[in-house]
Ligand binder design. Structure first.
Ligand code: FMN
Length: 216
């Protein structure tokens, strides 16, 4: 099976949820952008992440692709422990896979190098590819709006710590814009609840890091 059949191309970044085992044997999952380099997949985790530690230790992972954007939120913040019944053991590598995904790429680490002091690059060998056929699903603007808001939210804290308030303002404005859009096209849904949760998180960080403005 060729990854290009699923829409991969060299030079693109594809948003996955990467699953690994923790040292204590429990499953972990975290959103990670991946890319294609010839026959290999590249992932660039920060060294502070559990994903980095697990990849270094077990030298394998499953790259899960799924359309349900809410799982990117649950797995990026892990406000609640991830339920074990979301996972099952992969076929070919010592890693868990997410049962609700629709494309699974089982991989082993071939090589690792430092990109910077705090970020690494792993070159992954593909050991197995599996997928399931899906019922057609209608497209909503809120899918993209929620994904962008989740990604922007992870950067708000980083820029607050650096006191880069122009960047913080820009990200909060974008999130507020997507919040209004989601309220309009997906009212009273889990998407709207997640957006409110994100704004609540940002309000908390703003207090902790003494943000000198009144937003959001
Ligand atoms: C869409 C998306 C893509 C992400 N890509 C990366 C990435 O390439 N590298 C990284 O270190 N973190 C990335 N993150 C942030 C991690 O998912 C986040 O730090 C997470 O909490 C790490 O979890 P872990 O400690 O369980 O590994 C991404 C987040 C999102 C929402």
């Amino acid at each position: 099976m060729n990854l290009k059949n699923f829409g991969f191309y060299e030079g693109g970044i594809f948003e996955s949820i990467l699953s690994t085992y923790n040292l204590d044997g429990t499953p972990n999952a975290a959103p990670m952008g991946v890319s294609l380099e010839k026959d290999h997949i590249i992932v660039r985790p920060f060294k502070r992440t559990r994903t980095f530690k697990n990849l270094k230790n077990f030298k394998c992972c499953v790259i899960n692709f799924l359309d349900q954007v809410e799982f990117f939120y649950y797995t990026v913040y892990k406000d609640k422990a991830l339920p074990e019944n979301w996972f099952e053991r992969a076929k070919r590598v010592n890693a868990p896979k997410l049962t609700m995904a629709n494309l699974w790429i089982e991989t082993e680490v071939k090589d690792m190098e430092d990109i910077t002091e705090d970020r690494a690059k792993f070159l992954l060998d593909i050991k197995d590819i599996d997928f399931k056929w899906l019922k057609p699903k209608v497209y909503q603007r809120s899918h993209h709006a929620l994904m962008e808001s989740i990604i922007h939210s992870t950067r708000v804290k980083v820029y607050l710590k650096k006191k880069d308030y122009d960047k913080v303002k820009e990200l909060i404005n974008l999130i507020n814009h997507y919040h209004l859009l989601i309220k309009k096209v997906s009212p009273n849904t889990e998407y709207e609840r997640i957006m409110e949760d994100i704004l609540k998180k940002i309000k908390g960080w703003i207090k902790i890091y003494n943000y000198p403005f009144t937003q959001p």
